[in-house]
Ligand binder design. Structure first.
Ligand SMILES: Cc1ncc(COP(=O)(O)O)c(C=O)c1O
Length: 386
């Protein structure tokens, strides 16, 4: 199946694009091409592969697959989500300005502020849930708007279509980090985004067993620049990790359905629990952007944050969980529970967290694919310790 045939349904594309049987053996699963180089017949005569930093057949398959899932023209994979985001930034030049969401995954502003700001790039952070804030922040030097929706961990949404409309009129690229929703529940390119980035470490891989990142492009010249970066800077994804993602995406549709079904149950349980002060989940009707969530996403997903009231309360409950695993990351088949203030958003600093509303009592859960009754029972017994 070619990446051009986007007509097939999502699950069919996930299972078949780039996943064709091996032509030489008929093997149903793609091969892992563990090779650093490729033999050439004569100078300059080869089968399209010269050196593994530049390209690898297992990687090619994954890039075709992910481009088809996001509806892009091409995709380029990198050694981690941060390497993918870094690759996007390196397409900018000193003096360029980027408007960013004020509640991005903590590692993203760390990269922007502690590394790229020293090379003459300028970053402005605004609450992108109001498109007017984006519009006001744009300057003559703005080249890119970088958003995450829903945000991590506050689960605030940005209207991708509205932001893309404002930016397109000024020829500013919109980049959407789609890690939380996966292409199964949110299709930023169809809503007007120019680039989509993922930490494939999360839902795309789905099994908490490999780091990776991808940038999905809407224009051939973006893909050419990123291919050049793979070659020139070398932060490529190994063939084995490409294969893990190719295997993981085969079940993306069914995993996401289950994540969503269980996510709704867990969010309702938490919202009705007397020890929980607030729940952040776009699927709850009292979420301030519930209507936008219904329009922009086809499911609400697995990510929920909730307020326990204090660091001590959060720690008391997190010490007690048994089915849920306390740790950083998200998007695996196992339920992962984390403490944003000391984990994902430690780098933002206490002042930064206060400004955006991340408290010490906030806990984030990535609802896994276990039996949902077991997840709920586990949370119930853990919360009873508060
Ligand atoms: C939304 C989001 N984007 C990017 C990243 C960075 O990805 P990686 O850890 O694969 O470098 C993360 C990691 O947690 C994330 O949650």
């Amino acid at each position: 199946m070619s990446t051009k045939k986007h007509k097939a349904g999502f699950a069919t594309r996930a299972i078949h694009v780039g996943q064709e049987p091996d032509p030489s053996t008929g093997a149903v699963a793609p091969a892992i091409f563990a090779t650093s180089t490729y033999v050439q017949e004569e100078i300059g005569k080869h089968k399209g592969y010269e050196y593994a930093r530049v390209s690898n057949p297992t990687r090619t398959r994954l890039e075709e697959n992910l481009a088809a899932l996001e509806g892009g023209v091409a995709a380029k994979v990198f050694s981690s989500g941060m390497a993918a985001i870094n690759a996007i930034v390196t397409t900018l030049k000193a003096g360029d300005h980027v408007v960013c969401g004020h509640n991005l995954y903590g590692g993203t502003p760390r990269l922007f502020n502690q590394l790229w700001a020293d090379f003459g790039l300028e970053f402005t952070y605004v609450d992108t849930s109001d498109v007017q804030n984006v519009e006001r922040a744009l300057t003559r030097k703005t080249r890119m708007t970088f958003i995450e929706t829903p945000t991590n961990p506050l689960m605030a949404l940005t209207d991708i279509r509205a932001v893309s409309g404002v930016c397109r009129a000024r020829k500013i690229d919109v980049v959407v980090d789609n890690t939380f929703m996966s292409p199964y529940f949110q299709q930023p390119i169809a809503l007007g985004a120019d680039l989509v980035v993922h930490s494939t470490t999360k839902f795309l891989n789905g099994h908490s067993d490999g780091l990776g990142g991808v940038v999905v492009c809407t224009r051939a010249e973006q893909a050419d620049k990123l291919a050049f970066l793979q070659k020139a800077a070398g932060a490529i994804l190994s063939p084995f990790e490409c294969w893990l993602i190719l295997r993981g995406v085969k079940t993306l549709a069914v995993r996401m359905e289950k994540h969503d079904e269980s996510g709704r149950v867990v969010a309702e349980f938490l919202a009705g629990h007397k020890k929980v002060r607030k729940v952040f989940y776009p699927g709850l009707p009292d979420h301030p952007q519930h209507d936008l969530a219904r329009r922009q996403m086809t499911g609400f997903g697995a990510m929920i944050s909730f307020e326990t009231g204090s660091l001590s309360n959060a720690n008391k409950m997190l010490r007690k969980v048994r089915v849920c695993s306390l740790g950083e990351s998200l998007g695996g088949v196992e339920t992962l529970i984390s403490h944003p203030a000391t984990m994902t958003h430690a780098a933002v600093g206490a002042k930064g967290r206060k400004e955006i509303g991340i408290t010490d009592g906030m806990v984030r859960i990535s609802v896994g694919n276990e039996d949902v009754e077991d997840i709920v029972d586990d949370l119930d017994q853990a919360l009873s310790s508060i």
